[in-house]
Design a protein around this ligand. Structure first.
Ligand code: NAP
Length: 268
């Protein structure tokens, strides 16, 4: 299927690793021109270098950063058609999961909302005028199954993502008539650095139950989270849905929340 993304200009945040990197690769493969934002590049992103890719080194905890990224899209490629707000998860210096409501203090709650919600608010604020100038666009926000499945684990993260789902729906209502579609993709646990790196989620859970990282990734986490597929999600499986929602082929899809979660969510 041709996604009709050739020549479209996309910003992808959190682009150097995991889901964001898979989204960048997929959009480039589809012929899009991509502005990739993260604090640092990396070997995997560098390997995609070419005339259609620009990396902007920014810390999205900085309130001025999202506007700088959108401005760069306009400078380099003349405008903006697609915004993928993918950066999120543990804010810099934080490791998740945390297991109880009492774990994060006020400062931790604030950081969580800065990274997972307020940086998106600022990115959308800077992106909308550029999209309106081109007669429309597509925004895809990467949320989490936790937004719709509250639990004691990561209560602050889930609350921020629930806000993101709500924001996406509100934006879709306001800007749909002007040609901007806004959708959310909600992954379940995805096999990225967040899980696999030293001190990451798998190590934290392994320490709790006295096992090792590989066992958590291969079987314990899928069991704990009742994944009907029996395995963590692959980043590419999320990226493929993001690309479809970014595409004009999804022209009648807006205000939706697509889950890519291995069967984590059980509600109808
Ligand atoms: N992995 C999961 O299990 C899972 C599950 C549900 C939802 N999600 C959501 O999926 C999205 C991507 O997660 P992921 O697991 O793919 O993440 P990841 O592999 O940990 O990658 C995070 C990306 O964000 C960038 N980043 C981190 N802090 C940043 C900052 N302050 N400013 C700018 N960029 C920053 C990182 O690059 P730098 O470090 O160079 O900045 C990297 O490119 C997040 O919104 C997350 O909440 C993930």
């Amino acid at each position: 299927m041709d996604l009709r993304l050739s020549g479209r200009v996309a910003v992808v945040t959190g682009a150097s690793k995991g889901i964001g990197l898979a989204v960048v690769r997929t959009l480039l493969d589809e012929g899009a021109r991509v502005v990739a934002a993260s604090r640092r590049s990396g070997a995997d992103l560098d390997a995609l270098a070419g005339p259609d890719l620009v990396h902007v080194p920014v810390d999205l905890m900085d309130p001025e950063a999202p506007a700088r990224v959108m401005a760069r899209a306009a400078e380099e490629f003349g405008g903006l058609d697609i915004l993928v707000n993918n950066a999120g998860g543990p804010p810099p210096g934080v490791s998740l999961p945390r297991f109880t409501f009492l774990a994060p203090d006020d400062a931790a709650w604030r950081e969580m909302f800065e990274f997972n919600l307020f940086s998106v608010v600022r990115a959308v604020r800077a992106a909308i005028p550029l999209m309106l100038r081109r007669g429309g666009g597509a925004i895809v926000n990467v949320s989490s199954g936790g937004a719709r499945q509250p639990a004691p684990m990561n209560v602050d993260y889930n609350a921020a993502k629930a806000g993101l789902n709500n924001l996406g729906k509100a934006l879709s209502e306001e800007y749909g008539p002007q040609g901007i579609r806004v959708n959310t993709v909600s992954p379940g646990p995805v096999r990225t650095a967040w899980w696999t790196e030293e001190g990451g989620a798998a190590d934290i859970i392994a320490a709790q139950v006295n096992t090792d990282r590989d066992t958590v990734i291969a079987s314990l986490a899928p069991e704990m989270m009742s994944l009907t597929t029996g395995r963590l999600v692959d980043p590419q499986e999320v990226a493929d849905v993001v690309a479809l929602l970014a595409s004009p082929r999804s022209g009648s899809t807006t205000g939706a929340d697509y889950v890519v979660d291995g069967g984590f969510l059980k509600a109808v």
